[in-house]
Design a binder for this molecule. Sequence first.
Ligand SMILES: *Cc1c(COP(=O)(O)O)cnc(C)c1O
Length: 217
Amino acid sequence: MGLDEIRNRVAAAETAASRPAGSVTLIAVSKVQPTDRVEAVLSAGHRVFGENRVQEAEGRWTAYRAEMPDLALHLIGPLQTNKARQAMAFFDAIHSVDRPKLARTLARIADETGACPDLFVQVNTGAEPQKAGALPDAAGELVAECRTLSLPVIGLMCIPPFDDDPLPHFRMLRQLAERNGLEGLSMGMSSDFEAAIAEGATHVRVGSAIFGAREPV
Ligand SMILES: *Cc1c(COP(=O)(O)O)cnc(C)c1O
């Protein structure tokens, strides 16, 4: 199991960046992983997990939720407006607020229920046509719209293009966050979380380096 190693590497990256121990939240991305691997990570005391899909997350986590009050579940995949209510009721944080329509839907439901998970605005730093996220030029506007709607936006999130050096993307996200007065930075995955921590990541999303390779779906 890779959890101990990844915990140590996160701690070393915090130290190397002169950042306080524990300033980075390690999100163990459990999507598509077999139950025995997830239970091994739970047994080691880890409680923060990321999932890509609302339905899959509910199926896996509903029973654990009842026994583990300290469990924190993050939605890191795209969110359709017709799943927004379900996602808001289930997750502690949503990292994929990527368009005004979704923001307005979240705000309407938050007004109704009086509750809303922590939110990250997703930025398509590579301007990839197939990828979700606000374009860098539009990110400030989306953050402002979320604030007007009284949504609890705590940071920005990005998924750099697969073949690019991630560093310029991490830097861009950090600059956009600073410009918009946001502290949270959800960036860095199995292959690049140390670089992301050096650039200020507050939340790293690590799947295969903790659990092992995912089965293709
Ligand atoms: C799957 C996924 C991850 C984790 O990827 P690994 O390379 O396995 O660490 C992180 N972020 C998002 C948005 C993902 O979909």
